[in-house]
Design a protein around this ligand. Structure first.
Ligand code: TYD
Ligand code: MG
Length: 449
């Protein structure tokens, strides 16, 4: 019987394959994303050469790192670029991906005196050269390939002994003229695989720049994120010039570091005093305002929690929150009501973390409770004090992670005392510690009448 060819369809959003073309992907429910999939030949079966080995008998070597010369980027990468490793950085258009990587490429070329290749599939030579001179990163060792043919681009890697390369962007390159438009699922997968192979073969690091979809996911097959070693997310909003860099996946380091940059006329600048971003230094002795030091990875950030209490005109009071999860805010309000005997039912309560910061760290419980109580009592909290603690349903105050690091930052910023759990083992003596075990006790002495 002659074999019939069945057309397969693949979802450009999630990579799901199906044999029926439907308007909606049955797996991820995206509309209009199913495209005919080319049959990719199965790789030839390899002979079973490798055998399982005892893990403790294997040689352990920390990977050597290539510093990008940009501290914030190195830290998020886990200490720098890893030779043979591939990182993928995603972010909205215009956020500064090309600028960041051009700066990194330029500074590797300058600091190490080694050739670096920047492949731009999106911008012309003139555009990239203009940007390089604007951000003052042009160097004799920085090479540019502008064009969208991947083969040609990667063949420029031969010969010059390049030490690092950047590909801008994975969606703009064509790997194989038979696999559809640039950016289609097959093209993206092929481009990424060829770049990974090239980086491994030459044992040099590579960074891929990727576009994201409107809901913030990297455009292209989901498998893209599995293929690379590190996935970074570059984000920010249209209202500020600050940009955040985070690792979403990192085979060579932790994923909880945060890098902050400021976009200026001459490119991206690392922000060193991160606490200053979210803290208005003057305005602290107002009722409803409490200060804390939150942690983003290993970066301490001063945060100002503000609460407003207004007599309600509705049958039941409103609770609105920004920067703290609403359920947690409601729970903390209930703790204040029951454990501190401060009536909350007659007031609408609004909570906000200044500067647009979102606090997920449980250490924000205690400052949030202090702010709520202070707003309801219309009495400011003792100035110059920061609050660090998790609050349980019984009103007990629990220790937080890395207290010494937080206290050090609080002292650096000029706080003179810190309210912490009495179970906290503190080794830092640069600040006055006020140990408390219960929320009631915490508020008793610290609300100004
Ligand atoms: P870009 O790096 O092109 O973003 P992406 O590659 O993520 O799309 O950054 C573009 C924006 O950054 C552009 O709107 C202008 C701004 N910008 C500056 O403010 N200063 C600069 O020095 C540069 C190069 C760009
Ligand atoms: Mg770009």
């Amino acid at each position: 019987m002659a074999s019939t060819h069945i057309t397969k369809y693949i979802c450009t959003e999630c990579g799901h394959t199906t044999t029926t073309k439907t308007g909606k992907c049955p797996f991820c429910n995206s509309w209009g994303t199913l495209e005919p999939a080319e049959d990719t030949p199965k790789p030839a079966r390899k002979s079973p050469a490798s055998r399982a080995k005892v893990i403790s008998a294997l040689e352990v070597r920390a990977p050597e790192r290539l510093s990008t010369g940009i501290n914030e980027l190195d830290r998020v990468l886990g200490g720098g670029l890893v030779p043979g490793g591939v990182a993928l950085i995603g972010g909205q258009p215009g956020i500064g991906k090309s600028t960041l990587l051009l700066q990194a490429a330029g500074s590797v070329a300058r600091n190490y005196g080694v050739p670096v290749l920047y492949i731009s599939g999106e911008e012309s030579e003139a555009q990239v050269a203009l940007r390089a001179s604007r951000i003052n990163t042009a160097s004799e060792k920085l090479y540019l390939y502008s064009g969208s043919e991947l083969d040609e681009a990667l063949s420029s890697l031969d010969g010059n002994n390049f030490a690092f390369f950047v590909l801008d962007s994975v969606q703009a390159m064509t790997a194989d003229s038979n696999s559809g438009w640039p950016g289609s699922i097959n093209q993206v997968r092929e481009v990424a695989q060829r770049v990974i192979d090239a980086a491994r073969a030459k044992n040099i690091p590579a960074v891929l720049i990727g576009h994201i979809t409107k809901d913030g996911k990297l455009a292209g097959p989901m498998i893209l994120e599995h293929m690379v070693d590190t996935v970074l997310n570059f984000s920010g909003d249209n209202y500020s010039s600050y940009r955040m860099l985070r690792a979403v996946k990192n085979r060579y380091g932790s994923t909880d570091e945060l890098g902050i940059f400021e976009m200026r006329e001459d490119g991206l600048h690392p922000v060193t005093d991160k606490s200053g971003l979210y803290w208005n230094r003057d305005d602290v002795s107002v009722p409803g305002v409490a200060m804390t030091i939150a942690l983003e990875g290993s970066t301490p950030l001063a945060a100002e929690i503000q609460t407003l209490a207004a007599r309600t005109v509705f049958p039941y009071p409103r609770r609105t929150s920004r920067g703290i999860e609403l359920n947690r805010f409601q729970l903390l309000t209930a703790v204040i009501d029951r454990r501190c005997s401060i009536a909350t039912g007659s007031h609408d309560l609004y909570i906000n973390v200044a500067g647009g910061l979102t606090l997920q760290d449980p250490s924000a419980d205690l400052p949030a409770c202090a702010a709520i109580a202070s707003a309801l009592k219309n009495a400011p909290l003792q100035p110059g004090t920061c609050w660090l603690g998790e609050v349980g349903l019984a009103g007990e105050i629990r220790p937080v992670s890395r207290i010494d690091l937080r206290l050090k930052e609080a002292a650096r910023l000029g706080f003179h005392s810190a309210v912490v759990s009495s179970r906290e083992k503190v080794r830092f003596d640069g600040i006055k510690i006020i140990p408390v075990s219960h929320i009631d006790e915490a508020l008793a002495g610290l609300l100004l009448k």
